[in-house]
Design a protein around this ligand. Sequence first.
Ligand SMILES: [Cu+2]
Length: 119
Amino acid sequence: MTPRIFALSVAIAFAAVLLVAACSAGTTASPSSAPPAAGPTISIADMKFSSPGPVSPGATVTVTNADGVEHTVTADSGSGFNVEVGEKGTATFTAPSTPGTYPYHCTYHPAMHGQLVVQ
Ligand SMILES: [Cu+2]
């Protein structure tokens, strides 16, 4: 191998390493910059809760509020969860770690009721 070809090989190998490094940097960086994966979501619209299916214990539950008024997702009993969601806002809370059915309501609108199933 002539020195010239050797230098060319080294350059190609170096470029390949840079390419791989760039790719892996891209894949490791994307999870933090991308929006969180869609998890269980309680949607509020027209003064009604729309609950997700059963969620895992300790899951992060997202609450979206399409209404022009503030709501809360408040467990009926105990200190299971209680989160305020501003108008057109989004909030998250942590589901209870104990499996069960957790009825909840909105403290501002006592007629609003829902149920969170943890299993
Ligand atoms: Cu409300």
